[in-house]
Design a binder for this molecule. Structure first.
Ligand code: NAD
Length: 484
């Protein structure tokens, strides 16, 4: 599958943090593997007046940590070109087109173009419009546009944003990044569910008692305070990453491993999310802000944060996907900043076994844990016999061997860039998925904005407010992951 690709990338926001930290190193990985070899070029554009040489130095710095950069770095960087560009200035697109045409010819790229919009979404519409009107899109090869999050701040703004791009790029050429979908362990959800009879048989409301999803961060708002104030944890993490994970966990088995069949089932799962009345939102969702603790300042003391801000830095909730297999199974979610550590994990807790063979009170539940980060691992908690006399039971963790080929696990961005080169949008968010996710999130947001549900507090370095524990305790559960 990994054959050499011919492509011209135009990265809008080429001087930005994302380009340096993620895009340039990932493109280098594709270069190392020979997927990008001779017939490719990358134009970085942004407002700053950089030269080609300066961008090439920045690219070399971005890949410095990689041993292969010593021998391959200079040659790789020589494929980078810089164009100072104000996205609102039509003249700049004319220059950009000329450069694109020149590079297309020089590297024999045959008109394949990927436009990566790594900058504020408020510019997406104008960029898409200019790409078309100034004929930077080609007629010879493909033209694909890749956009970063955030994709809107509610359904209406997401729809406007979507319309402003889809006027010029059809859905099959429109790649909305949710980098969680590029993570190896998130992609493993489908492998676990649909390639193992053992799991397939029990992946439903007859056997699963509850699902818990935790996306915790140790950091605070850092440099993103301005954006975060307008977003909050619900929009920043739940609308995209968490709801995408829920769709993969609860969707019905697609008819085939194809983009359209998988999308259909994901959309159906998101459409089946149970909506709450405003009063029920207050009962089933917890929102909170971090306060000083563990040597860290509270959210309200952070730079650029209003001292009466009500933006939530933590959210926990109980959701239901009312489809055939999952109705009745509570899905507990939580995400937040300044929690004990950075973790992404899914704990699937199976029902207690009813048996007269053992004293059921002594039986631990089976729990399947998909540890996405920091380490990609899957564990299954089982009951085994305690060694020695008698027949006592002890819980034991079975670890699934995931990397038995001992290969280096590629970064999410590397895989997503390759998918985009191959024209495979399976691991990107389809518009209908985004739309249903926003509608769900908007209903919670609205209930909060109308005064339902208090804003709680939690000290930095904890796993959130007490209310998050109570959410599960009310149902006789507790969080499997205690934050350690
Ligand atoms: P950044 O602020 O570091 O970079 C923004 C880029 O846009 C810069 O290159 C800047 O020069 C350029 N720019 C701004 N206004 C311009 C204009 N009028 N004309 C031309 N260029 C202009 O931002 P970033 O962190 O790289 O993020 C880029 C996008 O990716 C944002 O939408 C962000 O939400 C998203 N994103 C970033 C990360 C990350 O880890 N940095 C993660 C997820 C999503």
């Amino acid at each position: 599958m990994e054959i050499e690709q011919k492509a011209l990338f135009i990265i809008f926001g080429g001087t930005g943090d994302l380009a340096k930290r993620k895009l340039y190193p990932s493109l280098f990985q594709l270069y190392k593997k020979g997927i990008l070899k001779d017939n490719f070029a990358i134009i970085g554009t942004a407002r700053r007046p950089w030269s080609d040489e300066h961008l090439q130095e920045v690219v070399k710095e971005a890949i410095e940590g990689d041993e292969a950069a010593v021998s391959l770095g200079a040659e790789f960087a020589s494929h980078f070109y810089y164009q100072s560009h104000n996205v609102n200035d039509t003249e700049h697109y004319v220059t950009l087109r000329k450069l694109a045409e020149k590079l297309d010819e020089k590297y024999q790229i045959e008109g394949n173009r990927l436009f990566y919009l790594a900058m504020s979404p408020r510019f997406f519409g104008t960029i898409a419009q200019h790409l078309k009107s100034q004929k930077i899109v080609t007629t010879k090869g493909y033209n694909r546009v890749i956009v970063e999050k955030p994709f809107g701040r509610d359904f209406e703004s997401a729809k406007d944003l979507n319309d402003s791009i889809s006027k010029y790029f059809p859905e099959e050429d429109f790649f909305r990044i949710d980098h969680y979908l590029g993570k190896e362990m998130i992609q493993n959800i489908m492998a676990l569910r649909f390639s193992n009879n053992l799991f397939r048989a029990v992946w439903n409301n007859r056997y699963i008692d509850n699902i818990q999803i935790t996306l915790s961060e140790a950091l605070g708002v850092e440099e993103r305070a301005g954006y975060y104030e307008t977003a909050g944890a619900l929009r920043d993490m739940v609308q995209n990453h968490i709801l995408q994970i829920i769709s993969l966990l609860t969707m019905n088995m697609p008819a085939s491993y194809s983009e359209s069949d998988i999308r259909r089932e994901k959309i159906y799962a998101l459409k089946s999310l149970k909506k709450y009345s405003a009063v029920k939102v207050a009962e089933n969702f917890v929102r909170a802000q971090y306060s000083a603790g563990d040597g860290q300042i509270g959210y309200l003391q952070e730079n650029e944060i209003a001292n009466d801000s009500t933006t939530e830095t933590f959210v926990a909730g109980k959701l239901f996907v009312n489809n055939e297999n999952f109705s009745g199974v509570p899905i507990y979610i939580r995400t937040g900043k300044r929690l004990t550590k950075k973790t992404t994990r899914i704990d699937i807790s199976f029902k207690e076994m009813e048996t007269s063979f053992f004293d059921s009170k002594k039986l631990g539940r089976n729990i399947l844990t998909i540890n996405v980060e920091p380490e990609g691992k899957v564990f299954l908690q089982t009951n085994i016999k305690k060694i020695g006399q008698g027949f006592d039971l002890v819980p034991s963790l079975m670890e699934l061997q995931l990397n038995n080929e001992n290969v280096v696990v590629p970064e999410a961005y590397e895989k997503l860039l390759l998918d985009a080169l191959l024209g495979d949008a399976t691991n990107f968010a389809h518009w209908e998925e985004v739309a249903y996710a926003w509608k769900f999130v908007d209903s919670i947001r609205k209930a909060w904005d109308d005064g339902n549900g208090n804003l709680a507090e939690y000290p930095c370095g904890s796993m959130g407010p007490r209310e998050s524990e109570e959410l599960l305790e009310r149902d006789g559960h507790q969080w499997v992951f205690d934050g350690e």
